[in-house]
Design a protein around this ligand. Structure first.
Ligand SMILES: NC(=O)c1ccc[n+]([C@@H]2O[C@H](COP(=O)([O-])OP(=O)(O)OC[C@H]3O[C@@H](n4cnc5c(N)ncnc54)[C@H](O)[C@@H]3O)[C@@H](O)[C@H]2O)c1
Length: 254
């Protein structure tokens, strides 16, 4: 018997990077995966990977930033009898640049996906989880849930808010049998960081120097932390923000 046998997990933004690795890890632990992404091709590719190892995964295309689309997505789950008892709010985008040049459109886009999306999905999921008194939600934060960086106002603000949302919801929903935690990754080798490095907006060598372990994280290491927080062995953990960052946020020095 695998630790998540009989569970159904919705992972948002699961078509790439951390979301994909998380979907794979949860599937390997026995959960059926509802693979959400705004890109259908990406979602289907993740499902194909999981399918090859005998796991169960179904793609669902929707933008988490659109409350109507999120409501419709959960109504599909209701109709299909696939109510998630695990939700991983992973979908997220970066937002780099000087604040004085930050447009309303860019600000609203980052807030819409990184923060509103987690709220919309959590609310729909918890409405259903509270009926069964069984549920766990893991939000993907960042080192920027904890510490600040210049020229990343929308990203840092939304990730800090995600850490607080985690604690608020953990308190409010504990009596309903729902746990809410947050995994806060440091810089991870992913499509997102590679794009930023290619655009000259991230200095990989400097990041490695700044990290006590002198390397970026792997998406699979973030997935392992999420997996732990979804399993019954973490049953007494709720409202926690777990750094998985090679020591980045512990480091107050160079
Ligand atoms: N990569 C890092 O270094 C790093 C570090 C800390 C935190 N994070 C966080 O981890 C999460 C995943 O990051 P990643 O590096 O794997 O990114 P990624 O770009 O590789 O993957 C993000 C996925 O989300 C999807 N997506 C984007 N907008 C969406 C929307 N509106 N609705 C549904 N899906 C949407 C994308 O299509 C993509 O497949 C994000 O929340 C990010 O902020 C990443």
């Amino acid at each position: 018997m695998k630790p998540l046998s009989g569970s159904t997990a919705l992972v948002t933004g699961a078509g790439s990077g951390i979301g994909r690795e998380t979907a794979i890890a949860l599937a390997n632990a026995g959960a059926a995966i509802l693979v959400n992404d705004v890109s259908g091709d990406a979602a289907r590719a993740t499902c194909a990977i999981i399918g090859k190892t005998g796991g169960q995964a179904t793609p669902y295309v929707a933008s988490v930033a659109d409350p109507d689309a999120v409501r419709a997505l959960f109504e599909i789950f209701d109709d299909e009898g696939k109510i998630p008892d695990i939700l991983v709010n992973n979908a997220g985008i970066s937002g780099n640049g000087p604040t004085l040049d930050l447009t309303e459109e860019s600000w609203l886009r980052v807030v819409g996906i990184n923060l509103n999306g987690a709220f919309f999905c959590s609310r729909e999921a918890a409405r259903r989880m509270s009926a069964t008194r069984k549920g766990t939600i893991v939000n993907i934060g960042s080192i920027y849930s904890i510490v600040a960086a210049p020229q990343r106002l929308s990203y840092c603000t939304t990730k800090a808010a995600i850490a607080m949302m985690t604690k608020c919801l953990a308190l409010e929903w504990a009596d309903a049998g729902i746990r809410v935690n947050c995994v806060a990754p440091g810089y991870v080798d992913s499509a997102l960081t590679r794009e930023l490095a290619a655009a000259g907006r991230l200095d990989m060598a400097a990041l490695e120097r700044r990290t006590p372990q002198h390397r970026l994280g792997k998406a699979s290491e973030i997935a392992d932390a999420v997996l732990y927080l979804c399993e019954p062995r973490s049953a007494h953990i709720t409202g926690h923000v777990l750094s998985v960052d090679g020591g980045w946020t512990a480091n107050g020095y160079l």
